[in-house]
Design a protein around this ligand. Structure first.
Ligand SMILES: [Ca+2]
Length: 226
């Protein structure tokens, strides 16, 4: 999951991506290669740097730089950022609003990276369990969203970080389907279908076995895609 400088949120999976609307619902799947120059599939992670609004997408040992959806810098080696080979094929990346540092997650570990010094801070990596025991290992994604909060995603669930206590908020994990995609029957029945309310009726079926998300939308969002 990333949010670009223009506050558009995108979810990536395989060869596809979805813009995530303010109302927590998705369009149908769009092909990454048709909208993100130089990218094809299986992006590991991405984040947007608050300092200059640049979005970094990571895959394997490479990264790409975008401003919104415009390619700024093509495939470059992660070593250019002074990131160690240990973070190749990372699970998730997120800039934390509380200190502006980049956090990279992989397996049971995370690294803190200082974007201005262009280096990993001393003392890292640390284990996730040592700092955020409420968070599982092997995350799928992380995101600092437009509300300033940091979210972590794994499987069908997501977690919210409390910046002041540096703990996972009580009541989490919650269902991604119900709260982000605005699609589940439970969400509709609850009348609470995302971090924000939505009146759009979607149904979504996540087939984890196949690694595919199939969307059955009864309402097509009027996303402007250019
Ligand atoms: Ca990932």
């Amino acid at each position: 999951m990333i949010m670009t400088n223009d506050k558009t949120t995108y979810a990536f999976k395989g060869a596809f991506f979805w813009p995530v609307g303010d109302h927590g619902a998705f369009t149908s799947a769009l092909r990454i290669s048709e909208f993100w120059e130089g990218m094809d599939s299986n992006i590991d992670a991405g984040y947007t740097r608050q300092l200059d609004g640049l979005t970094f997408l990571f895959k394997g040992s490479k990264y790409w730089t975008f401003k919104n959806r415009t390619l700024i810098k093509s495939s470059s080696d992660i070593s250019e950022l002074n990131l160690p080979a240990d973070v190749h094929n990372m699970d998730a990346a997120v800039e934390w609003g509380a200190n502006g540092h980049l956090y990279i997650f992989k397996g049971n570990k995370f690294w803190r990276y200082d974007s201005s010094r262009k280096s990993v801070d001393p003392g890292y990596p640390k284990t996730i369990q040592s700092i955020l025991p409420g968070l599982p290992n092997n995350l799928n994604a992380a995101l600092q969203w437009k509300n300033g909060r940091t979210y972590f995603f794994k499987g069908s669930q997501y977690y919210s970080l409390d910046d002041s206590s540096i703990r996972i908020r009580n009541g989490y994990p919650k269902s991604i389907t119900t709260y982000w995609m605005g699609c589940s029957p439970e969400g509709l029945a609850m009348g609470k279908i995302s971090p924000y309310s939505s009146s759009h009726s979607f149904s979504l079926f996540a087939d984890k076995k196949a690694g595919v998300i199939t969307l059955m939308a009864s309402f097509v969002f009027s996303w402007v895609l250019y």
